[in-house]
Design a protein around this ligand. Structure first.
Ligand code: ADP
Ligand code: GLC
Length: 498
C-alpha cells in the first residue's frame, strides 16, 4: 500500500504545533508496518534546503489559481520512514511565517493553500506517483478530497485513489469570503450548503469532511465531542451525518525525539528505573530560567500556544494563588498578546517564583518537560494534546481538564489503589484548576505516593505503532469504500469505533 500523506507542517522541516509532530512521526511507524509513505508539504522559506539535503526534481508544475497560471517546483528529501516532497512557489511560500506574521493571517491564505492542494494533485500526475490513499490533514488540505471526486474523477490514478481526512482541530476551518471560491477551480455547484459553503463563506475544512472517503480525528473522545454543538464549531451536523465513517485514533509519541533516557537537550538523562537524572534536570531548568535552585520547591510547567483553546487564561487567573502554594511556575509560549503581557508582568512581580519565556523554543520545551514536577494543561478543548503524553514519559505529572485526548490519556490518581497517572478536573474555571493543583501538591509532599505516581506515568504506552496499525485499518476501509466493497471484505475490522 502506498500512502501520500499531505500536511502543511512536518517535523523536522516546519512546525507550529502538534500537527507537525504527527506528520513527522506517523510515516516511520507506518513504514515499520510495511507501508510505503510519501509526505507532501509546502516549501516554506524557513526550511533549510542545505541542512535537509533538498534536491529539486521538477520545476514546472503548472496549476491554475483562479484566472492565473502558476508554476510550482518540487524538491525531495529523505525523512524517517519515507521521502518528503516539497512544493515550492516563491510568492506563496517564500515568507517568514507558515500561516501568519505578527498575529495576522496572510490575506491570501485561500490562494496559498489552493495552490498547495492543486499542486499536490498535479504533482502526482507529473511525477507518475501511484498512491492508493491520500491522507489529508486539517483545512490546509481540505480541497484535495473534493478535487479527487470532481476535477480528477476520470484520472486513472487519482480518480481511483481513496482519501482519509484527519481533523486535528475543528477550531481552524479555513473560512474565506465567497469570492475566493473561484480561485479553487472547483465546479460552481460545490458552493452550496451540502458541500463547501458555510453561512455564505467558503469552508476548506468542510470540503474534506464532505468528500473524503473516511474521516478521523486524534482521540476517541474528540470524535464524539465534535458531533455536538459545543465542540463541532458549526459543523457538528456534517460530522453526525458521517458518523459511520469517522474514527478516533489517538496520536502516539515519537520516542526518538521524546525520551528522557536519550534526550540530547537535557542536562542529565534518566529512566523509570533510574530517576536520578530528573533532579539534575530540575536544577538545570531552574538555573536556565533564572529561578532559585530549590529541589524541594514543586515546579509547575506550561508549554503552549497561547490561544483560547488552551485555557491558559485559567493559569493566569490562578497564578498568584498557585505561587502562594509555595510553587515555582515556568511558562513557555507565544500567541495571544494579552496573555503574553499578563505572564510577562507576573514574572516582573514575582521574579523568584515565576519564569516566563515568550517565544517558540524546542530545546527549552524539552528542559521544561524533564525539569518540572507537574505539568498544567487546562484546555477548553483538546483534540489529542501531545504535551500531557510527553509529560507522562518524563515523569512530570499532568494536571489536565477532562476533554478530548486529555480525557482519553489521563487517568485520575487514586491514592487507595495506587492506580492512575495524573489529575483531572471538569469545570473550565480557575478555581477548579487550583483545587486540582492543590490535590497534586498534597500528593507531591508524600514522597512514596509521588514516586508511585511517577512510576505509573512513565509506564504509559503511547507508542506510535498501535496508532499506526489503526491508521492502516482505516486506510483499508477507505480503499474498500472507494472500490465499492464493504470494509470487512477487504480485511479491515473497524478499529476505534465511533
Ligand atoms: P497544539 O498542536 O494544539 O498546539 P499539541 O499538544 O498537540 O497542541 O502540540 C503542541 C506541540 O508544540 C508540542 O510538541 C509542544 O511541545 C510544541 N510547542 C507548543 N508551544 C511551543 C513553544 N512555545 N515552544 C516550543 N514548542 C512548543
Ligand atoms: C491539534 C490539536 C492537538 C493535537 C494536534 C495533533 O493542533 O490542537 O490537540 O494533539 O493537533 O493532532
Amino acid at each position: 500500500m502506498h500512502v501520500l500523506l499531505v500536511s502543511s507542517e512536518v517535523v523536522p522541516f516546519a512546525k507550529t504545533g502538534g500537527l507537525a509532530d504527527v506528520a513527522g512521526a506517523l510515516p516511520r511507524a507506518l513504514a515499520g508496518l510495511g507501508i510505503e509513505v510519501t509526505v507532501a508539504l509546502p516549501r516554506y522559506r524557513q526550511i533549510d534546503g542545505a541542512r535537509f539535503g533538498l534536491q529539486k526534481i521538477h520545476d514546472g508544475i503548472r496549476i491554475p489559481v483562479g484566472e492565473r497560471q502558476e508554476t510550482l517546483t518540487v524538491s525531495e528529501a529523505q525523512m524517517p520512514g519515507g521521502r518528503a516532497l516539497f512544493l515550492g512557489h516563491e510568492g506563496f511560500f517564500g515568507r517568514d511565517g507558515l500561516y501568519q506574521e505578527k498575529g495576522q493571517d496572510y490575506p491570501d491564505n485561500a490562494e496559498r493553500f489552493t495552490a498547495f492542494a492543486r499542486g499536490v494533485t498535479e504533482m502526482v500526475r507529473a511525477l507518475g506517483l501511484t498512491p492508493d490513499v491520500l491522507h489529508c490533514n486539517d483545512w490546509q488540505t481540505g480541497l484535495i478530497p473534493p478535487y479527487l471526486r470532481t476535477l480528477y474523477a476520470g484520472d486513472p490514478v487519482l480518480g481511483k485513489a481513496a482519501s482519509l481526512f484527519t481533523i486535528h482541530n475543528m477550531g481552524y476551518q479555513g473560512l474565506f469570503p465567497a469570492e475566493q471560491f473561484s480561485a479553487t477551480g472547483l465546479p460552481r455547484e460545490l458552493f452550496q450548503w451540502r458541500a463547501m459553503e458555510f453561512y455564505g463563506k467558503v469552508n476548506f475544512l468542510k470540503g474534506g469532511l464532505v468528500y473524503a472517503d473516511c474521516l478521523s480525528t486524534v482521540s476517541r473522545r474528540y470524535s464524539q465531542e465534535i458531533q455536538t454543538p459545543e465542540f463541532g464549531a458549526g459543523l457538528e451536523g456534517v460530522l453526525k451525518e458521517r458518523t459511520a465513517d469517522l474514527y478516533g485514533i489517538l496520536n502516539g509519541v515519537d520516542t526518538e525525539e521524546w525520551s528522557p533516557a536519550t534526550d540530547k537537550h537535557l542536562a542529565a538523562r534518566y529512566s523509570r528505573d533510574d530517576l536520578g537524572g530528573k533532579a539534575a534536570c530540575k536544577a538545570d531548568l531552574q538555573r536556565t530560567m533564572g529561578l532559585p535552585v530549590r529541589p524541594d520547591v514543586p515546579v509547575l510547567g506550561v508549554i503552549s500556544r497561547l490561544a483560547d483553546q488552551k485555557g491558559i487564561d485559567l493559569v493566569a487567573a490562578s497564578a498568584e494563588a498557585l505561587l502562594a502554594e509555595g510553587t515555582q511556575l515556568v511558562l513557555l509560549g507565544t500567541g495571544d498578546r494579552t496573555l503574553e503581557a499578563a505572564f510577562t508582568a507576573l514574572q516582573k512581580a514575582q521574579p523568584t517564583r515565576a519564569a516566563v519565556r515568550i517565544g517558540f523554543d524546542v530545546a527549552l520545551s524539552h528542559k521544561i518537560e524533564a525539569g518540572s514536577d507537574v505539568f498544567l494543561m487546562p484546555s477548553r478543548y483538546e483534540p489529542c494534546g501531545l504535551n500531557q503524553m510527553y509529560s507522562l514519559l518524563y515523569g512530570t505529572i499532568p494536571v489536565v481538564r477532562a476533554t478530548g485526548g486529555l480525557d482519553d490519556t489521563i487517568v485520575p490518581f487514586d491514592q487507595k489503589s495506587g492506580e492512575g497517572n495524573g489529575f483531572k478536573f471538569a469545570e473550565a474555571t480557575a478555581e477548579a484548576l487550583l483545587a486540582e493543583v492543590r490535590d497534586a501538591l498534597a500528593c507531591y509532599r508524600n514522597r512514596p505516593l509521588w514516586h508511585r505516581l511517577i512510576q505509573n506515568a512513565m509506564a504509559a504506552d503511547v507508542s506510535w505503532t498501535r496508532s499506526a496499525r489503526e491508521y492502516v485499518q482505516v486506510y483499508r476501509r477507505a480503499i474498500a469504500k472507494r472500490r465499492g466493497e464493504r470494509g470487512e471484505a477487504a480485511g479491515g475490522r473497524a478499529v476505534a469505533s465511533n
